[in-house]
Design a protein around this ligand. Structure first.
Ligand code: IVH
Length: 654
């Protein structure tokens, strides 16, 4: 019996690995997601029935292990070196001249974090960050969740693979959109998000960041295994690693320089960020002869592209009105080229950000494009001679209604719920790819639909007719038919998308899925009390109150009823959740902890089913007080809420 199960399990694993490689590494899937899921489910069921057959390299083990307290330090087999930089063509030529006309491999310099992965007997056994080059942090469980890192390879030896862990632009934008909806700060660039992901205490956080690993070095016993670098890259591909295909074996200096120039102009078209090109001498024998300095190899150099920052003048500061009615100040800039793209606008987020930057109209500022679509102002580089401050308008620039700024909020909002700017943004949000995914429903169309009064509420989208659409500018019969078909299809979207589409503050994709799984129906969610809503995973008081408030508003209730009439999905399969140690408990963190950051502590609490709140009340279960705890500690004492110091908190966690 066991033998039969073993065979079945082995066969399934092999098939799954094959398809994972096609999907994640080669980007050429041959089966549908549903087929893949069905096979994975089958494997999960078989392994559940035969737990003794579970091995750490099984495709089911990507979920990673339990959250942990901190990281273990591990010494590298040989130093993980950095690279010397060439900051311009002249410095690059100097390097190439010094070495001479040999073969070089040119590779893109991915902007992420280097990581080393060790394999024994064909199995992935350990991953370590670069750290200071000599000693790094063990991140094995986190690395396990990275789909492009093989858990098993067809080589029984002891191998070490080094490469770059990155987040691609799409995963990054998705993460930031979700964080924004949850009221969390955006990451400034994919590199920072990847760094947080790789070093998260909870592997589930790493998994949710959807990171990628690109291999660029293959070692055994700390030494290269092949005669040339180009060969070792091919060997890595054969072992199942993702190796960047955008590389070239160049003969001599001119070809190297041509490669650098080519990718400088093409870098925007890549799905991930690069900050330059790495040039490596191809022959390993020649590499050995050239040797290393204490910091970097003498046989390689990083040709760095200019930073994607530039200085320019703020000609004016305008205001945009978003879906929630929030007024966002936007800097209108003297057009400037930043990393190959002309920039004339940059977001200033809100009044507090303007105050923090100290920026006024007429100032010279440094703008940066990094990961985000919208450039941001980094700092003021020179104050303008006739500078003048910006003031938030007292009235909405679109509808003229009053604007208000709540005491504890950064945003200033238009009070008119019928403001056309808000309606347009609401429709665009509803139709967005990650929401109801109505392809073709972009700015130009939505502007016309709202301006002509064809859409007065989001639900009116479902009443549009072919006659109405063909009548619009830039809309042929063919595209009108396409849009209508996409609108019709969107009715089939599952409940979490509908929930996100409603535009409830702090309810992003992840929260929506958890809500739908916890309650199973929109009606239950809409009628739930704040306390009930908090029973869903990751839903704290702030999110619960926002949801509750949303459904108490008659206008929103009406919208829900109209969407029901249009046939949207209001039900969802429920999912029982595992009991957590901190279920039903609320924690407040104050002061600094020595062993983890506040974000890491929150992660741990939430992973155990607890909630983290920003303020102490009678309902707080525990206040965790680190060093220099402030007024929250005083309040806890006053309200007689139990206080945990770091040691007691760690004991409770474990
Ligand atoms: S080779 C001894 N190749 O750039 C070889 N590094 O500035 C050392 N990087 O620490 C690295 N893409 O994190 C190499 N194709 C690539 C790379 C790459 C990105 C990173 C790596 C390294 C840093 C040095």
């Amino acid at each position: 019996m066991n033998e039969k199960a073993r065979k079945e399990i082995d066969a399934l694993r092999e098939t799954l690995r094959h398809h994972e490689r096609l999907y994640y590494v080669l980007d050429q899937p041959e089966i549908t997601d549903a087929e893949y899921d069905a096979m994975m489910r089958q494997l999960n069921e078989l392994e559940a029935a035969h737990p003794e057959l579970i091995t750490p390299d099984s495709p089911t083990q990507r979920v990673g292990g339990k959250p942990r307290e901190g990281f273990v330090k591990v010494a590298h087999s040989t130093q993980m070196l950095s690279l010397d930089n060439a900051l311009n063509e002249e410095e690059l030529r100097e390097f190439l001249n010094r070495i001479g006309n040999v073969d070089y491999v040119t590779e893109l310099k991915l902007d992420g974090l280097s990581m080393s992965a060790r394999y024994q007997g064909g199995r992935f056994v350990q991953a370590v960050t670069r750290g200071d080059g000599l000693v790094g942090e063990e991140v094995t469980e986190n690395a396990r969740t990275i789909r492009t890192l093989p858990l098993s390879i067809p080589d029984p030896g002891e191998l070490e693979v080094r490469g770059e862990t990155i987040m691609n632009r799409r995963a990054f934008e998705r993460l930031n959109a979700e964080r924004e909806q949850q009221g969390l700060a955006r990451f400034a660039n994919p590199r920072n998000a990847a760094a947080g992901g790789l070093r998260a205490l909870d592997p589930a956080v790493t998994a949710s960041r959807r990171m990628d690993f690109y291999a660029y070095l293959l070692l055994s016993g700390g030494e290269p295994v092949h005669e040339s670098h180009a060969e070792s890259l091919v060997a890595l591909e054969k072992l199942g690693f993702k190796v960047n295909p955008n590389r070239r074996l160049c003969n001599g200096m001119d070809e190297v320089i041509a490669f650098c120039a080519e990718w400088e102009s093409r870098r925007e078209s890549l799905p991930y960020e690069i900050d330059g090109v790495v040039i490596k001498v191809d022959s390993i024998a020649a590499q050995r002869q050239l040797g290393w300095t204490s910091k970097a190899p003498r046989w390689a150099i990083a040709y760095k592209y200019a930073a994607r920052q530039a200085s320019t003048i703020v000609e004016n500061i305008g205001v945009q009105v978003g879906r929630t009615g929030a007024l966002t100040p936007v800097a209108h800039l003297q057009p400037v080229a930043v990393g190959g793209v002309t920039v004339s606008r940059a977001t200033l987020h809100n009044e507090d950000e303007i105050a923090r930057l100290g920026v006024e109209i007429g100032d010279e500022v440094l703008v940066e494009r990094s990961g985000d679509v919208i450039p941001r102002v980094v700092r003021v580089t020179r104050q303008g001679e006739s500078r003048r401050p910006f003031h938030m308008p007292a009235h909405c620039p679109v509808c003229g209604s009053n604007v208000v700024r709540e005491e504890d909020e950064a945003a200033t909002r238009c009070v008119n719920t019928n403001c056309p700017a808000r309606l347009k943004e609401s429709v665009l949000h509803f139709a967005a790819r990650l929401v109801m995914n109505i392809d073709g429903m972009g700015d130009a169309l939505v502007d016309q639909l709202v301006d002509r009064g064809l859409v007065k509420s989001v639900s009116d989208v479902y009443d549009l007719t072919l006659e109405q659409l063909v009548d619009l500018e830039r809309m042929g019969k063919k595209s009108a038919q396409n849009v209508l078909r996409n609108i019709d299809r969107s009715r089939q979207n599952p409940l979490p998308r509908v929930l996100v589409g409603l535009g409830i503050r702090f309810v992003g994709v992840r929260t929506a899925v958890l809500l739908a799984e916890a309650f199973g129906s929109l009606d239950v969610i809409a009628n739930a009390e704040v306390e009930t809503l908090q029973q869903a995973e990751e839903v704290g008081p702030k999110v619960a109150e926002s949801i509750h408030e949303f459904f108490r508003e008659p206008r929103n209730r009406e919208l829900v009823e109209r969407l029901r009439e249009k046939g949207l999905k209001f039900d969802h399969p429920r999912k029982e959740r595992k009991a957590g140690k901190f279920d039903g408990m609320t924690f407040v963190l104050t002061g600094t902890l020595a062993s983890m950051t506040r974000e890491q502590a929150s992660e741990r609490i939430q992973a155990a089913g607890g909630k983290v709140s920003g303020s102490v009340s009678k309902k707080t279960s525990y206040v965790v007080a680190g060093d220099e705890a402030g007024s929250k500690l005083d309040k806890a004492r006053k309200l007689e809420v139990p206080v945990l110091d770091e040691k007691k908190f760690m004991d409770l966690l474990n």
